[in-house]
Design a protein around this ligand. Structure first.
Ligand code: HEC
Ligand code: HEC
Length: 254
């Protein structure tokens, strides 16, 4: 994984662009203050509509107009992932358990309630999925990827990814994300971040356990195979408790 170009290095120059977005988000949370200001101003200023759609506009440049993701390999789809999963990630960025400077910066001053509102909004979006990726690796590697995702590798104590992410890979409520609709570079980068310790989830961090049992070849294989999958007709996450996770995950109710 060390050989991959760090997305952090590529997107550091974006920080100046992100600053005005953060300001817009913050203003959304101080609507009463703005209203008071507007009242004292003479003549009254027209007020921009304070809707959740308007507030998350700063997010859509990187995550797509409805959270569907963009062509950028490192900008993930948000739409349709369980709300608690998205909320956990927003607090992870805010509190430093996940590191990507523009994201860390944008959510620094946002309250739990506000992050919940944003997470719920994106969890309810249902934009179409991108077309599945073309094969980027050979058949043997793809077969290895498919096997790990669907059956795991008992010899190396790797559980099937589908055991937690669902047979249709659409995740499970309340906090396991779907793996369909993600680019293979994004998937590899996240597993790499768990291995190197720059991404953490609530303890016990089952993904850290799993990521450290995968070799570089395994990671490339699962990422390539996952990115080639077509989303099911009804891509909703599996109901809470419908899968018994083979390892304990801190994000799941125990
Ligand atoms: C400059 C581009 C950019 C902007 C603007 C941006 N994001 Fe992100 N976001 C990213 C990238 C890149 C990642 C993945 C970072 C990583 O490597 O962990 C990410 C990750 C996330 C995740 C975790 C997704 C997952 O599946 O784990 C959430 C949730 C999220 N962003 C929400 C938001 C929200 C809400 C906003 C607006 C307040 C926003 N983002 C604005 C680039 C951006
Ligand atoms: C024991 C249950 C479990 C298993 C098995 C599992 N995962 Fe996960 N996975 C999770 C949980 C829980 C999360 C959310 C972690 C968090 O809150 O950050 C997650 C998150 C992820 C993410 C982050 C998605 C995003 O949008 O950023 C990726 C990628 C991922 N898993 C890939 C895999 C792969 C590949 C496998 C199989 C090799 C696998 N997982 C097996 C429970 C599991």
């Amino acid at each position: 994984m060390e050989s991959r170009v760090s997305p952090r290095r590529i997107f550091r120059p974006l920080i100046p662009l992100v600053a005005p977005l953060a300001a817009a988000l913050l203003l959304g949370t101080t609507g009463a203050f703005n209203a008071a200001l507007a009242q004292s101003a003479n003549p009254p200023q027209p007020k921009a509509p304070d809707t959740i759609e308007a507030r998350v506009q700063g997010c859509t440049a990187c995550h797509g107009s409805h959270g569907q993701g963009t062509d950028n390999d490192y900008f993930p789809r948000l739409a349709g992932k369980p709300a608690e999963y998205l909320y956990n990630q927003l607090t992870n960025f805010r509190d430093g358990r996940r590191k990507y400077p523009p994201m860390n910066y944008l959510v620094t001053y946002l309250s739990d309630d506000y992050l919940h509102e944003i997470a719920t909004y994106f969890s309810q979006q249902r934009p179409p999925y991108p077309p599945p990726a073309k094969p980027s690796v050979g058949d043997a590697t793809l077969a290895r990827g498919q096997n790990i995702v669907l059956h795991g590798d008992p010899g190396k104590q790797i559980p099937a990814c589908a055991a937690c992410h669902g047979a249709k890979l659409t995740g499970m409520e309340p906090a396991i994300p779907g793996l369909v609709g993600l680019h293979s570079d994004y998937i590899s980068a996240q597993i790499g971040a768990w291995r190197s310790g720059s991404r953490h989830a609530k303890a016990p961090d089952c993904m850290h356990e799993i990521a450290t049992r995968l070799t570089d070849e395994d990671v490339s294989a699962v990422a390539a195979w996952l990115a080639m999958q077509t989303a099911p007709q009804n891509p909703v996450p599996a109901p809470a408790g419908s899968l018994k996770t083979p390892l304990a995950c801190g994000s799941e109710p125990q």
